[in-house]
Design a protein around this ligand. Sequence first.
Ligand code: SRM
Ligand code: SF4
Length: 698
Amino acid sequence: MAAAAAAATSAAAAGAIGGGKDRKEVVPVFQGLRRHGSMPLSTRSPHLLPLSTSSSSSSSSVISAVSTPVKPDTSETKRSKVEIFKEQSNYLRFPLNEELLTEAANINEAATQLIKFHGSYQQTNRDERGVKSYQFMLRTKNPCGKVPNRLYLVMDDLADEFGIGTLRLTTRQTFQLHGILKKNLKTVMSTIIRNMGSTLGACGDLNRNVLAPAAPYTKKEYVFAQETAENIASLLTPQSGAYYDLWVDGEKIMSAEPPEVTKARNDNSHGTNFPDSPEPIYGTQFLPRKFKIAVTVPTDNSVDILTNDIGVVVVSDADGEPQGFNIYVGGGMGRTHRVETTFPRLGEPLGYVPKEDILYAIKAIVVTQRENGRRDDRKYSRMKYLISQWGIEKFRTVVEQYYGKKFEPFRELPEWEFKSYLGWHEQGDGLMFCGLHVDNGRIGGKMKKTLREIIEKYNLNVCITPNQNLILCDIRRSWKRPITTALAQAGLLQPRYVDPLNITAMACPALPLCPLAITEAERGIPDILKRVRAVFDKVGLKYNESVVIRVTGCPNGCARPYMAELGMVGDGPNSYQIWLGGAPNQTTLAECFMNKVKVQDLEKVLEPLFYHWKRKRQQGESFGSFTTRMGFDKLQEMVDKWEGPLESGSRFNLKLFTDRQTYEAMAELARLENKTAHQLAMEVIRNYVASQENGKAE
Ligand code: SRM
Ligand code: SF4
């Protein structure tokens, strides 16, 4: 940013927020000590006063008004247990360092909270009864979803050697490894770190993996968005060194960061930093809660931009030269059943900043949340609640004080589109990339073996998409055929052979390892999608029609079900809330239509809804828009009065067959596989077409 300009006003601005050189941090008492005792109270920074700003320019003008500094509020406020653990940890070390050395298969409560910041969760297998089998899930951090060839191969090996034999691609472009035993944690962590990977800050109360479009296009805007995501990720990476102390005995195996990132992190012109702290941005207390950022380019909503705490969009001039960024704030999905004061929320426009200011603007937003987000009740600690409480105007005013400038007006943007990047595409540098649909991001069995062989043989880098899919990058034209053939043989079909319902569907891991799961998601969705396809067939919807379906095992929303056209959110054993109204381009929030729908009763709800969508929709109207236009009263009436489609299902199925005899024979075979005649016929046809294609490729 214009550091000079900022410096010119630093005294005023720092005074306004009461930070700067006088900023105090909770002193970690365990530097050296290893024992609980009475802890100093968190010294809250002075509260911000509303600015009496005289600035009227709409450009990034420097704030010149000064508000009266107030005395630090040293009153004791209630804090959640996790705040105490953080404070007593000596920047995420204690007692994790000691707990890792014990013979026990698990670690204690404080260490369980701290290890999250290092990228791991303690779990048990909930399918098993009796003695708890403790294990750890590890999550990597891959800004933009980028995974170098070497790291992919190492993750693939680690999954087999120390995990449950599968790799899990996540909704935030990272890997999860499940089933790591405590005794192997250090080996696995250090192997990742030594092979171009990291798990630092993949979980915990700090900035999580930064999303950006995964497509390896060489177009200027895309490259710029990805560079920005990487710089933001660097800016907000913990600095204390605890991670390296614990997992690689203090060796600093870090990639160098651009000097502008270091400069932005160290800049304290506007009182954002704890000047003498090993964690200049986070301090001892880190953030009140997890924090999520996505960067993208106009139209490309492959990142579900509005669900993030901060959404950043590259804005370019007429020649395609990036000039700055639009910034959204306040998105988030998590909620708690029956607590109406918790809710999913979409990000809203904060303003525009010139490109050289982006790191400073991001830091100002993060610091606003750090200072003002609730730390007493973690249910309400996400930044979306702060913005909901304050309103965007007040939030903007406070952020501007830490930023030292005013935000410019938000630039107009074109419509968002969902981009999956599946199939073959040109990168723009003569090479190609191939996007592969991976059901729920779970890579195992033959698919895992084949992917490894291809990635190893052709020395490919890969990218993980925010939809749990994988992109093979940097492919020479001449490799396209053999790679297509090898992929198809492992069931990794080109997108036109994958059921369109599967292509956009997502489910979170849920049971058996997620401790918060109320019911199935990843394990349940294959059957759910089959049944939705059968309902589509029954009511006469075509094969190429689709709806965005997302399923989670609880209301936390890890697969972003509240953005889906049909969201299913676990609310009891084998039962789900049904959420309707999301859009195919992920721009509207769904609403809860029904509670406690037993999974076996799904058809009773879905049949009438899809039947009426087929008949009453306007031209090109998506299922999400249809349900919103109808309104829930009308939809409820449709469900309540449902007596089955007027036409018999067989009439539609018969269309595929030349005569009744063939249809009946197919129907009988299909029954053996618990399918409809139409489904089986479609499968046979698709397999036939795929085998012909493969034949051609060979
Ligand atoms: Fe999530 C907690 C899995 C993306 C909202 N999430 C969890 C935990 C770690 C359970 C726990 O706390 O012990 C889950 C581990 C399950 C397992 O066994 O693997 C878990 N979340 C996932 C992943 C793997 C789902 C997936 O299908 O890919 C995603 C990993 C992302 C990553 O790589 O960083 C994942 N989680 C999300 C998202 C989507 C996103 O970020 O785009 C959300 C909603 C967006 C948001 O944060 O608002 C999300 N996860 C949560 C929440 C609710 C947060 C809240 O504000 O209330 C929790 C629970 C919590 O934090 O207390 C949670
Ligand atoms: Fe677990 Fe709930 Fe997230 Fe699913 S949505 S992974 S059940 S926390």
